[in-house]
Design a protein around this ligand. Sequence first.
Ligand code: URA
Length: 434
Amino acid sequence: MRTVDLIHRKRDGEELAPEEITRLVSEYTGGSIPDYQMSAFLMATFFSGMTDKEVGAMVDAMRASGDFIDLSEVKGPKVDKHSTGGVGDKTSFICGPLAAAAGVKVPMISGRALGHSGGTLDKLEAIPGFRVDLPAEEFKKQLDTVGFAIIGQSPTVAPADGKLYSLRDATATVECIPLIAASIMAKKFAVTLDGLVLDVKVGNGAFMKRQVDARKLAQMMHTIARRADLRAQALITDMNQPLGFAVGNALEIMEVSQTLQNAGPIDLHRVSIELAARMIFLGRITPTLDDARDLAQAKLIDGSAYRKFKEVIQAQGGNPQVLDRFDLLPNASGAHEITSPRGGYISAIDAEYIGMASTLIGAGRDQKDDVIDPAVGVVLEVKVGQKVDAGAVLCRVYYTKEENLEDAAQLVEDAFRISTAPPEGRELILEVVG
Ligand code: URA
């Protein structure tokens, strides 16, 4: 069967056989299927979707494109957490250390910035010297000794995801339920896991704008996990405004430090504790979820999660002092204030606009080979529901180059809605699947 025939059949809504999907993925990864044909296949999938069987084959093929890291020798329950992508989403650096401090082993395989959303690996690389490319043996050793290690998709870990991820980013095929599910689960299956917590974001700053789609994505990933005998839970969480105040790589690390010292924003604290609790519970460290919540909170208050993150930074080549001394992190050279045109209540902050603005000034990538500027981003001064006076500072745009600043500032300004009446409160954790 020629590649063009597979694209044709997918375009027309037919189900492809598992071996056909396997062939597509392995030949694309090997370089014998060109980007233009894979792009067409991705777009056909975007419109036609995939059956559970096809997604299963896609996950297996993408996972098998690299090595499997066997962690069975590492003692303790191994539980990872993955988010579907948001703006200001830095929970991994809080729930990971919390769970590790509670006795869970956290082998985290993370991603890079995609579309307007930030990437865990890019945020970590804002810490000078931090290495996200640990060889398997070092990853294993760190997991054993520190309890938490983070690496990315690489030439040996799910390389098909690396190629497809960039291609999706460049072909407007990111927001596709089966492609997101396959991308995430292929990375998760690259290591031995006992549990998996998924944070499925929904709202204007997420790839899923509607709760019904977020639920479908959560259910799809949950089903894939269950078929592999992996205990999994998916939380559907609100992404209708950035999480916390900081958006941008180094800026987010600073906010992580504050949150790990129990002085972070309420929403970030709440989601991180809930994710950590689910990791602890799935890892069977505590008999009940309530006990797990208490344990997560205790590990925050006694500073052990903060110390755990420092250990991770040290082990992966960074200077742990960056969490105490923000001058050791890359810092922007200028700050542009956005002020409120009138008094009233903040009724909305479009997270996608904030994410796009940050990308424009260099916090994300426009083209796959673009170099990230770790210092830049946006720091909110207000959150939805807050009352402001005319002229109050809504946020600051931190930049190092003036290029694109005007367009970014306009986007940020457009992100804010001010109303005369306070908006209705919104739940942060909307649903649990699994
Ligand atoms: N995170 C991933 O790893 N892949 C996606 O496609 C989206 C979010």
